[in-house]
Design a protein around this ligand. Sequence first.
Ligand SMILES: O=C(O)CCC(=O)C(=O)O
Ligand SMILES: [Fe+2]
Length: 348
Amino acid sequence: MTETFSSVPIVDFARLNDPVTKDEELSNLRKAIFVVGFLYLTNTGLENLIRHTHEKLPELFALSTEAKEKCNMINSPSFLGYTRLGAETTAAKTDLREQFDFGTPGMKPWTEQDPFWQRLEGPNQYPDYPGAQDLVDEYIAKTDNLAQAFVRLVAECLSLPRETFDSFKGNMSRLKFVKYPSAAQNSQGVGPHKDSAGLFTFLSQDNTGGLQVLNKNGEWIDVPPIEGSLVVNIQQGFEAITGGICAATTHRVIAPTSRTRYSIPFFQGVRLDLTLDQLKESAAHIVERIPASDDKKKRAVDVPSEFLSPLYSCFGEAHLRNRILSHPDVGQRWYSELYTKYSQQVLK
Ligand SMILES: O=C(O)CCC(=O)C(=O)O
Ligand SMILES: [Fe+2]
């Protein structure tokens, strides 16, 4: 029988950093990473920042349509900016949410000499709202630090040297502010997907509920809100680096029926230039050191992933492909040939 889960484990970041409790908590983390692929991270020290940011979201989304449209993602070949309700597609269906996408500030401007996928890293479009830029930049900087510390703990829990994953970190992480308006019962807030921008996702949800993960028996498991926690999940970049042993977990959001839901996902970036061949070389050394059973190692092949597909030249192209298909209007505007090519390909 496949080892699976019926609830999402809680991992305490403070206990991971206390020498007295560290070993015990690392073994919790290990199980969460291997078996579930999803966990709550508590006691991160970011609770005040998260609360403060949530307080600002209703006002930010209440900006006039004109103000929001001024920073529409359509202006950005880096897929950064505002997406209005109904402009995003997941699992071939329209998502019922609106959102702002941001990235780590200060990326080197793209030029024609750079690879086409490098254009994913670009400048933000901040909404015209007092303090928005400072808030976004602070949130990204602090969560990036947490993510870096977390990745080192993940290496430790897999009995790998702490710095094992450091060289896979990307230049740009991504942050989103998301609003799900109330809708008819069982509407798709966001459809079933795996996160694909990088290594790990750190998600703060408000107290509405609606987030679910898929277990290995094909059952949807609720991920109810825990105040102050971040829900962490494995993205396809990390899945690929571990040869698929640490699998990204499919998740979705059921739209709320009687209130508005807000969430703040943060996607830790992965190096975009990594090719499949380079990955195979570096991953081989990682995969062989992960003490998993042969059965678990087999999971490496049964998950179709753009990041492990020879159709794409490197992680950057795999990520760009996903962005183009999720935001078809932006994809068509900036990458029309690639849009046509990617929308005809079938992943195996
Ligand atoms: O809003 C949420 O709780 C989850 C959002 C999500 O999975 C995503 O944007 O990738
Ligand atoms: Fe997601």
